[in-house]
Structure formats: C-alpha cells, structure tokens
Design a protein around this ligand. Structure first.
Ligand code: SF4
Ligand code: SF4
Length: 389
C-alpha cells in the first residue's frame, strides 16, 4: 500500500492562510454575470435541441433536468440541509442520548450512511481553516459556545462543540458520465440530489440518537480538504477529489456534529504522484483551465484561495465553458485516468500506481493510447439497456 502521509506534510501551506469567502467562488462571481441562467442554461440547451445537436434531444434534456429534482447545491440551512432537526427521527426526552465510544459511533454512522446512499464515509476533526468566512449570501460564519447551530440574516453560527466532521462521497455513474459534455451527463445533477437527501438523512439519524448535526452540501465549508482529512482521497490535477475506489466520480458533502468520532487515516498516497506525470486532463480541458507542470502556491484569480500546495485550476474560465457548451462539462471527470469501470485489471494498475510509481509514465501513456475516457455516442444512449455502474 502507498504511504499514508499526514495532511499538513502532503499539502503544506505557505504564508498566512485566510478562510475563504464563499462570495468569491466561481459560482458566486459568475452568477452576477450570467444571472438567472447561471445554473439552468435554459435557452441554450433548447436551442441545441432544435439544431439537432447529439446529446441534446428532448429526452436527454429532460433526463438531466429531472435529475435536479432533489438538488440543493448551495442551500445552506434549507431543505434537508436544515440546521434545525426535521422532526423525523426524534429521541424522546426520557430516553438518554446514545453515548458510546467514538469507534462505536463511527461504526453505526458509517453503516447507516452507506445504506442511505454514500459510497464512501470518513471522519475527521473540524479544521476551522476550511470553514468559509462568509456564506455565498454574505452571512458571517462564526463559532460560539451554544448547543445548536443557528442562522440569522447576518450570521451562521457553528457551535464550538461541533468538533467532528463526517465526510460523505456520493456516487456518480461511470456510464452516464461517459457522455459528457452532453445533457446525458446526468451524474453531476444526480450526485447533488443524492448529497442533499443522503446528507440530510444521516444528520437526522444522528439527531435521533440525541446528538446535534449540521448537514452541508457545497455550502458552509470547502469540501475537498475536509474529504482529504477524512481519508477519502487526494486532490488531483483537475482540482477534484480523486478517490482510489471511484476516481473523481463522487460528489462530496459533510456533516458537523458534537458526536465524538475517531480520526480516519489518510488515504494512501500515489494519486498526486500519478497526476504529476499524467497531465491528461490538462491536455483535454477545452478551456485550458487545468494547469500543466508541478503543484504550486500560485492562485489563478480570486476564485482560488492561496496558501496550500496544489494544482490551482481556473474555475472562472471553466465556468465560462459550461455556459458555452450549455452543460456542466465534466470532461475532466470522464477523461481522468482514474475514471474506470470496476475490474480486476484496473485494480492491478492501481496497485502498481500505489506501490511502483516508476511505472506511472507507462500507465499514463497507455491510458491515452488505449483510448480510455473518450465520449460515448449520445445518439445510442436510449437504445442500450440500463446498467448500474
Ligand atoms: S469541467 Fe470542463 S472546462 Fe472545467 S476544468 Fe473540467 S474539462 Fe475543463
Ligand atoms: S487526468 Fe491524469 S492528471 Fe488529470 S486528474 Fe486524472 S490522473 Fe490526474
């Protein structure tokens, strides 16, 4: 197995790190420019349908839109991301809180979260560095000695007692992702929908045991560093979390809680070392948003938070491409060398990537030569029987 390198050693930070302001994300910055079309691309997709563009048929578009039904990307405190108990799983007052060891807490939370839909579950201590300084709608995010988190028009308060974070990875399907960047790539929307339902359901499970829980999607804190600290994977060149089990094909959510939980070990190293020689996503990104070369400390624009050693992608030019293509693109998910169907041969390659990095250039070269990561023919999608991937 690859080494398990402590977070601060693997992702060193240069200078004074400041908590990121969610009003600076590419979504927030660009939504001021694109207005109501920020997420829906409504007119463009229907224009493409009328022009007969493959992957933009009427069923394709409705498929993608319908996958949004339970979506709640940045809905801090809303819907299943409510900071208040939903009143579904309620512990009666005369029943004591279910209080065991951190490992026993982790055992039941992990199993319940897997049942409710998570592909991966990890635990870590809350590192306040990753909590946004302000939410996307301008609320200051603060910490106070209160029992339960609360939201006002001006601020969002996380209790100091919420020292633990559960990171969840929600699955995205290989097959449907392989049609990116058309509207048949429903897995992003479906991933957000699953995040919302699963994360809120796990939070309600924790509340029913007598503890407090704040479920979050993309809101409230940066998901990728939390997921890395919870041992789910590592940050790839494409700026996404890459897991050993599912590559980048996951969406991440998190739950802050006062239920004591253990620290999960870091994921084995090897992903960053592979990305150092691969560069496939940088070559194929249509907006040149993904950098070539080694990791740096140099942000591209205000939508990156400077400090950690990593690959800084230009999230703003990426977002502009989404609008050009009228979908969420996802080419860097589809084409990533870690995006593979389940299979023994791929597991063997991953073993070598973890243990014999000298072979990385060969595997990176062969991934391109063997044609992995190409787009599937969208005109055939509805003729192929559904296969869970
Ligand atoms: S989503 Fe598309 S445009 Fe954005 S970084 Fe990935 S490949 Fe590039
Ligand atoms: S395509 Fe290659 S360089 Fe890019 S994230 Fe995937 S493994 Fe890393």
């Amino acid at each position: 197995m690859g080494k398990r390198i402590p977070f601060d050693e693997y992702y060193p930070i240069k200078g004074e790190y400041k908590r990121f302001d969610a009003r600076s994300t590419a979504f927030s910055v660009k939504s001021k420019i694109y207005g109501p079309d920020t997420f829906s691309y409504t007119r463009k997709v229907w224009n493409k349908m009328q022009q007969g563009v493959p992957g933009f048929s009427h069923p394709d578009i409705s498929f993608k839109n319908a996958a949004n039904t339970s979506d709640n990307q940045d809905g801090m405190g809303t819907g299943y991301y409510s900071w208040e108990p939903l009143g579904v799983s309620v512990k009666p007052d005369h029943i004591p809180r279910w209080e065991k060891t951190p490992d026993e807490h982790a055992k039941v939370v992990r199993k319940a979260a897997r049942y409710f839909g998570a592909a991966l579950v990890g635990f870590t201590k809350l590192d306040k560095r990753w909590v946004y300084s302000h939410s996307s709608d301008g609320k200051e995010i603060a910490f106070e000695d209160v029992e339960r988190g609360y939201l006002t028009d001006e601020k969002a308060v996380i209790p100091e007692s919420h020292k633990y974070v559960i990171a969840l990875a929600l699955p995205m399907e290989f097959n449907e992702n392989s049609y990116a960047p058309t509207t048949i790539e429903v897995t992003s929307n479906m991933g957000y929908a699953r995040m919302h339902v699963t994360t809120g359901t796990v939070a309600e499970f924790i509340r029913g045991l007598g503890w407090n829980a704040i479920p979050c999607g993309n809101d409230t804190a940066l998901s990728v560093p939390i997921a890395i600290q919870a041992g789910l994977g590592h940050m790839g060149r494409n700026g996404r979390l890459i897991t050993w089990e599912h590559g980048p094909l996951v969406r991440i959510s998190k739950i802050f809680t006062d239920m004591p939980l253990p620290q999960s070990p870091p994921a084995p190293s090897g992903i960053i070392e592979f990305c150092e020689v691969c560069e496939k996503c940088a070559k194929h990104c249509p907006s040149q948003s993904i950098p070539f070369g080694p990791r740096t400390y140099n942000p591209k624009n205000e939508s990156n938070n400077p400090g950690p050693l990593k690959w800084y992608c230009d999230e703003q030019s990426c977002f502009d491409y989404w609008h050009e293509v009228a979908t969420g693109c996802s080419i860097c998910f589809r084409g990533c060398s870690f995006t593979k169907k389940k299979g023994l041969s791929h597991d063997i390659v991953k073993w070598f990537i973890r243990n014999v990095p000298a072979l990385n250039p060969f595997f990176a070269w062969s991934d391109e030569v063997l044609g992995y990561g190409k787009m599937n023919d969208p005109t055939k999608y509805w003729d192929i029987p559904f296969e869970r991937s």
